[in-house]
Design a protein around this ligand. Structure first.
Ligand SMILES: [Zn+2]
Ligand SMILES: [Zn+2]
Length: 202
């Protein structure tokens, strides 16, 4: 299972640290001495060939910081750190600062500074960093030890719970899996990995 792309996990960690530091610098510049509330999230991403990557997103929230005075300071701080900024406009017609920074070929860091009510929100995300070059089948849904009473391992997937054909990726040779049709769970046991054992013959 060592299909990890060389150095990818470290590259992702570096991207996360860099984004954290740079968004923190923006928060410090617009509201010195204030501790912003931080929200962070890491999402898994997959492509149809089964490559697995991660993307990190975060927001720093500063209540009662007016957008009008903060926006120019934030934009300046981002530009000084190598970002490109441009004015954006939300669906509601509210202005925000949009920022991007290249991270290698066709990959971008993205950031924005906007007001949500009276709270200033400084958000950003890393590019997707590809970690695994190949699909890794999710762990077994059921083993002989975890079977529910009166059940046996699913005869189709042998307890894996994922589609036998595509191993749960949902794609086969970059096309929708003919077996599960993007259902990704084993069609027989619906992902549980087990099926009721037949009772005594009647
Ligand atoms: Zn399938
Ligand atoms: Zn099954």
């Amino acid at each position: 299972m060592s299909e990890e792309i060389e150095g990818a996990a470290e590259g992702f960690a570096r991207a996360v640290e860099r984004l954290r530091a740079e968004l923190r610098a923006v928060a410090d510049a617009v509201a010195p001495g204030r501790e912003p509330r931080s929200e962070e999230r890491t999402d898994d991403r997959y492509d149809v060939s089964g490559m697995m990557g991660k993307r990190f997103a975060m927001s720093l929230l500063l209540p009662e910081v007016p957008y009008e005075t903060a926006a120019p300071v934030a934009a300046e701080t981002l530009r000084a750190a190598g970002w490109r900024t441009e004015p954006g406009e939300s669906f509601g017609g509210h202005p925000f600062v949009k920022a991007t920074r290249p991270a290698g070929e066709r990959a971008l860091f993205e950031a924005s500074v906007r007001a949500t009510g009276t709270t200033l929100r400084i958000s950003g995300m890393t590019p997707v960093v590809w970690i695994h070059a190949r699909w890794i089948r999710p762990p077994r849904a059921a083993t002989p030890e975890t079977l529910r009473p009166g059940h046996r391992l699913c005869g189709m997937c042998e307890g894996w719970g994922s589609c036998r054909t595509c191993e749960g990726l949902g794609f086969l040779d970059s096309r929708q899996c003919p077996e599960c049709g993007l259902g990704m769970d084993c069609p027989d046991c619906r992902g549980t990995g087990q099926e009721p054992a037949p009772g005594p013959a009647s």
